[in-house]
Design a protein around this ligand. Structure first.
Ligand SMILES: Cc1cc2nc3c(=O)[nH]c(=O)nc-3n(C[C@H](O)[C@H](O)[C@H](O)COP(=O)(O)O)c2cc1C
Length: 268
């Protein structure tokens, strides 16, 4: 029996696969001769921002804000704080933030008291920020650009809160750069689908499944002709003494500073 297709698809499955296979994270962009960002046509930027705002959003709230970085000094400082130099040279750069401040202000302006829901704020705020940012990125890719999400905001959160004057209720999730690629990265692997897509209930992968997934992923860690070791790369990020442990206190401090901390204090 053939599956029912409700409407004539606008794209074939092959075209959809090809679009997503064309995605590459790109960190080097074409610039003007003096190394400054190459501006995008206004209508391209407008389409990307339109796509961002068309993202679905829980409870109609749109709990996110995009800080578009245009001032070269601000770009340079954000590049430094995030330890991602291409923030300064990309055609466009944004800091994608969760933002629960605006909805609180809408309530206040309408004469209603906002509730207290810091955990919900993080949950839905990050969801909204990601959906809007990824819509922006896919729109950019449809227009022929490539980009890079930058979780490196966690390397300098306090500095970003100051620099971008982010009030309580607003917290960077990541930065996002877009431009014309000046490098051709390879298609980077993903773990095998059975580890990601579960059927009706969660299934823990076996050790053998995980070893196989690691082999599939190894090329993502290859550098300068040296074969890659994905588990070693993950250790640097997520292992004991790795980068994520180093980032944890800064994130907790920023969550507290922005009024988004729902946890109990230790020892209370
Ligand atoms: C939330 C998020 C944060 C990321 N942070 C960084 C970053 O700080 N710097 C960077 O160069 N790449 C960053 N990346 C890009 C990933 O390294 C990249 O998506 C991954 O290696 C897979 O490569 P691909 O996108 O080309 O398939 C980030 C991606 C995501 C989704």
């Amino acid at each position: 029996m053939t599956a029912e297709v409700p409407v004539r698809p606008a794209r074939t499955p092959e075209e959809v696969r090809a679009f997503y296979d064309a995605h590459r994270t790109v960190r080097h962009y074409r610039t003007r001769e003096d190394g400054t960002p190459l501006p995008l046509p206004e209508e391209h930027l407008d389409a990307m921002l339109h796509a961002a705002q068309r993202a679905p959003t829980d409870a109609t709230a749109q709990l996110y804000s995009l800080i578009r970085l245009s001032d070269p000094g601000v770009r340079a400082r954000v590049a430094e704080l995030t330890t991602n130099a291409h923030v300064a040279s990309a055609s466009e750069a944004f800091v994608v933030c969760l933002d629960v401040r605006r909805v609180g202000r809408v309530l206040e302006v309408a004469g209603h008291a906002p509730g207290h829901w810091p955990a919900i704020a993080v949950h839905f705020g990050i969801g909204d920020a990601v959906m809007a940012g990824q819509n922006l990125l896919t729109a950019a890719e449809m227009l022929g650009y490539q980009g890079c999400w930058i979780g490196g905001v966690l390397n300098g959160l306090g500095g970003l809160l100051d620099l971008l004057e982010l009030p309580a209720g607003v917290l960077p999730f990541a930065a996002l750069t877009v431009g014309i690629p000046a490098e051709q990265p390879p298609l980077r692997p993903r773990v095998p689908r059975p580890l990601i897509v579960h059927q009706d209930r969660y299934r823990d992968p076996s050790d053998e499944d995980l070893r196989h997934a690691t082999e599939v992923m190894n090329p993502i860690a290859a550098r300068a002709g040296k074969p890659g070791d994905w588990a070693r790369l993950l250790r640097m990020y997520f292992g004991q003494g790795g980068g994520m442990e180093a980032r944890e206190p800064g994130l907790v401090a920023a969550l507290k500073r922005q009024g988004l901390w729902a946890g109990e204090e230790l020892g209370q």
